[in-house]
Design a protein around this ligand. Structure first.
Ligand SMILES: Cc1ncc(COP(=O)(O)O)c(C=O)c1O
Length: 437
């Protein structure tokens, strides 16, 4: 358990987890299956199980709980909206205010927003918009990329099983993402290699058909991989060279997580289309496509009912988005992400110097990653079992993170405190000591 907290039995937690496992269909997220947690409630960065055990949540529902669990402003705003109206696509104050706020915060002239419920749905809508605007078809994504699991994004999501549920739709291509931790050479050489390969791929496969290049400003699912500086700007230049658009998938990087409001801001890029979700509504299923006046006019995207959906921008979702983004701005959580992220990276670098089994510590704001490696190496990843053992050890000691694969991902709520980061580092230190032994 966390230092200073008592270890309680996990009897109720285990019983409910097992009971549910007998009925729920398989395929749940690995973190839920391995942790066997049954959660009673959450407050701030802490989750509490059915037996009263507390866990420091470094996962936040995979970057979703940006303002933590049960933030008082969030609870109050959603309660108020529940009592007013929750359903429908009519204009509400919540949606109008949210849309105005996004237009003020998004880079450059990205002032037009359309709402959806899930990430994959928004990315598919962005592809539809790019095709509507360019009247072309093909999409280029990147190795290690993840944009969801529906048919229209599976071809460019790095998911091992995707070919078993084919045929996948045609017109998608994959270029190498620049991962400086896996490249023999400087970050600048890594960037050049990636851009040259991107251009060669397009010339070979899609020169006159390219509608968009779709990219994560920091690759989340791949392991919080931070590309070399300038990558996004170079990708946009290539897209424009071929008369195509840049879609920045800011599902994870959007709204403060990287230490600036958007991942694209780090390169000073105004994407042609941006997709957001996850942390934008603090847990309520909401996602968005954000673009310019000119691009959103394109048909058929802009035809009545052509880009709407049952739940997109409904009053409750809009209230959740509005209070979450307003809280991120009012509490300066973007800056907090920068400071706490730097604290995490510094602490992990100290741990890497002490324990040979971790390397490649990286981060941008509160998107932090490191790799489990064979001691003395940086690219020889540890097999699955010791990683899972590390994960379980951390859970036993009250810290939960995506640390069950060699490429570890850390993305806590943006409100995490200095003391909580130190607690997490202490638990990691002890678990790494035991792993080494
Ligand atoms: C960058 C990115 N895009 C899209 C998605 C898909 O989101 P969803 O799971 O809500 O469909 C994810 C999910 O992890 C993501 O990380």
């Amino acid at each position: 358990m966390l230092p200073g907290t008592e270890v309680l039995s996990r009897a109720r937690t285990k019983a409910l987890f097992s009971e549910e496992q007998g009925r729920i269909a398989p395929g749940l997220q690995t973190i839920a299956l391995l942790s066997e947690l049954a959660v009673d409630h959450g407050r701030g960065c802490t989750l509490v199980d059915l037996d009263g055990n507390q866990y420091l949540d470094l996962n936040a529902g995979v970057s979703v709980a940006s303002i933590g669990h049960a933030h008082p402003r969030y609870v109050e705003a959603l309660t108020r909206q529940l009592q007013a109206v929750t359903v429908g696509s009519f204009t509400t104050r919540a949606r109008a205010s949210l849309t105005e706020l996004i237009a003020r915060l998004a880079p450059g002239n990205l002032t037009r927003t359309q709402y959806f419920s899930g990430g994959a749905e928004a990315v598919e809508a962005a592809i539809k918009l790019a095709r509507s605007h360019t009247k072309k078809t093909d999409i280029v994504g990147f190795t290690g990329g993840f944009h969801g699991k529906t048919a229209g994004v599976l071809p460019i999501s790095d998911v091992g099983w995707k070919h078993a549920v084919g045929p996948l739709p045609p017109g998608y291509h994959i270029a190498p993402y620049p991962d400086p931790t896996m490249f023999d050479g400087t970050p600048e050489e890594c960037l050049e290699f990636s851009i040259n390969a991107l251009r060669a791929l397009i010339e070979d496969k899609a020169a006159d058909r390219l509608a968009a290049i779709l990219v994560e400003p920091v690759q989340g699912t791949a392991g919080n991989i931070v590309p070399p500086a300038g990558f996004l700007a170079r990708v946009q230049a290539v897209a424009h060279e071929f008369g195509a658009l840049l879609i920045a998938d800011e599902m994870i990087t959007g709204f403060g997580r990287t230490g600036l409001l958007f991942g694209s801001n780090h390169d000073g890029v105004v994407p042609d289309i941006m997709t957001t979700g996850k942390g934008m509504a603090g847990g309520f299923p909401m996602s968005a496509v954000i673009s310019t006046d000119e691009i959103v006019k394109a048909e058929p995207f802009s035809l009545p009912s052509a880009s709407s959906s049952s739940y997109g921008g409904n009053p409750l979702a809009s209230a959740a988005g509005l209070v979450t983004i307003s809280t991120i701005v009012d509490e300066n959580l973007t800056e907090a992400a920068r400071v706490r992220g730097a604290q995490f990276v510094d602490g992990l670098r100290r741990l890497a110097a002490k324990h040979g089994t971790i390397a490649n510590v990286r981060g941008r704001g509160l998107l932090v990653g490191f790799d489990f490696v064979r001691p003395g190496t940086t690219r020889s990843f540890l097999p699955k079992d010791p990683c899972i053992a590390f994960f379980k050890e951390c859970v036993e000691n009250g810290v939960i993170a995506m640390s069950y694969t060699p490429r570890v991902r850390i993305h806590p709520p943006l409100i995490i405190s200095e003391a909580e980061v130190n607690q997490a580092l202490e638990v990691f230190d002890a678990a790494l000591g035991r792993m080494q032994a």
